[in-house]
Design a protein around this ligand. Structure first.
Ligand SMILES: Cc1cc2nc3c(=O)[nH]c(=O)nc-3n(C[C@H](O)[C@H](O)[C@H](O)COP(=O)(O)O)c2cc1C
Length: 168
């Protein structure tokens, strides 16, 4: 009975969280030829001083090992026209092959940066909090490329959406 209730609660929780609209990010880690990226919506701001964010990474994701090993990761907030990147970076392709799609900038010392992202934030890993299936990585933001003219790609109710301002 308790298990049935829990299952019900889990399903309700998943349904509830579908209502939480978020900009889709691609989190990248690794450098040079040894790198990968993952589509992620579990990204949140923690504090502005020092600028710090959190990314929740499933332990089973291919980026998980990079997140453990590497000191840096990059959070690229997608633009409305990046829908085709989401499938690629959530399983359609693997590892370095994922970067054949999209306009990526590579640096031998740093994780890849998406040139035309709505925003890219380079982060220095500052902590890791274990939480069941996921590890929450805190990152201190060390560099930001903001493109305020680019509209972000939103994920809500399990589908893509574009952000638009409501009239007063
Ligand atoms: C819209 C969307 C958002 C996602 N958000 C997250 C997330 O925040 N954290 C996470 O660990 N996985 C998230 N995923 C799942 C990963 O993108 C994907 O399953 C992961 O990369 C595992 O595939 P891989 O092992 O082939 O890399 C999301 C997937 C999609 C489509």
């Amino acid at each position: 009975m308790k298990k049935a209730l829990m299952t019900h609660l889990t399903d309700d929780f998943k349904q509830a969280m579908r209502r939480l609209a978020t900009t889709i990010a691609i989190v990248t880690a690794g450098k040079g030829d040894s790198c990968t990226g993952m589509a992620a919506t579990a990204v949140m701001s923690v504090t502005a001083d020092p600028p710090t964010l959190i990314v929740a990474v499933n332990r089973s994701a291919s980026i998980a090992a990079f997140m453990v090993e590497e000191e840096e990761f990059c959070v690229n907030l997608l633009a409305a026209r990046h829908q085709h990147l989401v499938g690629v970076f959530s399983g359609q392709k693997k590892g370095r092959e994922r970067f054949e799609t999209g306009d990526w900038r590579f640096d031998p010392e740093r994780p890849p940066v998406l040139s035309d992202a709505a925003t890219s934030m380079m982060c220095r890993k500052s902590g890791a909090i274990e939480m069941s299936t996921h590890i929450l990585y805190t990152g201190e933001v060390t560099g930001i490329l903001n493109h305020p003219d680019i509209d972000p790609l939103v994920w809500v109710d399990g589908a893509f959406a574009a952000a638009s301002r409501l009239k007063d």
